[in-house]
Design a protein around this ligand. Structure first.
Ligand SMILES: [Zn+2]
Length: 213
């Protein structure tokens, strides 16, 4: 295992290259063999932590063409911050010393759609736990509706998704002193990424910290 500490910028560059291979249909499927499995049995040193939506079309290692031991992955529907998410990401940063957090949202997100639909006047009630999962997305829906004078029926879901992605990163920074200090000290950067399902592209939407290689 490579014990050197890569910078956030080097890791992000590698992930962009891996995504480019995936997009162009020339993935290498790196570090997925028996040797790699054996090498990792004694411990992990993931290159990045990734917090993304659970959507089955967003498989983290596949879309970034990464392998075993490369990504510390946390996912839930709509990538909504919770104590367990923050705790898992803090573990990746503090204990595993990952230098980068990628927060991954995407277009056509079912959780974002459910949050938008829930704001209609005649919206049916959702099962309690599903509602609790998507409720944190509703403020992003309201802001987009207010800014653009739209309603549940015609609000731009992509704008809501990007607004929610920003909310997610901001909430992560507010919830975790450990992570915000690591970012302030330059040890860690956070990239908010919008994944486009049809194209397969991971488009950086905004960056907190320094990812220059
Ligand atoms: Zn989604």
């Amino acid at each position: 295992m490579n014990d050197a500490h890569p910078t956030p910028g080097i890791v992000w560059e590698e992930m962009l290259e891996g995504n480019a291979r995936f997009v162009s249909g020339t993935p290498r499927h790196p570090r997925q063999n028996v040797e790699r499995r054996h090498e990792l049995a004694g411990g992990q040193r993931p290159r990045a932590a990734l917090f993304g939506c659970s959507d089955s079309r967003l498989a983290a290692e596949i879309i970034f063409d990464e392998g075993l031991g490369d990504l510390f992955v946390v996912r839930n529907a709509g990538q909504v911050i919770s104590d367990s998410v923050v705790g898992s990401l803090e573990y990746a940063i503090e204990v595993l010393e990952a230098p980068l957090i990628v927060v991954l949202g995407h277009d056509e997100c079912g959780a974002v759609r459910a949050a938008i639909d829930s704001t209609a006047l005649d919206a049916p009630a959702l099962p309690a736990r599903i509602w609790r999962q998507i409720a944190p997305i509703v403020p992003a829906v309201r802001r987009v509706q207010l800014a653009h004078g739209t309603t549940a029926g015609n609000v731009d879901a992509e704008l809501v998704g990007r607004e929610h992605l920003r909310d997610t990163v901001n909430e992560l920074l507010h919830s975790s002193e450990l992570i915000s200090v690591a970012v302030a000290e330059g040890r860690v950067a956070i990239v908010g990424v919008n994944y486009r399902l049809a194209e397969g592209t991971a488009v950086p939407d905004f960056i907190v910290g320094d990812v220059s290689a």
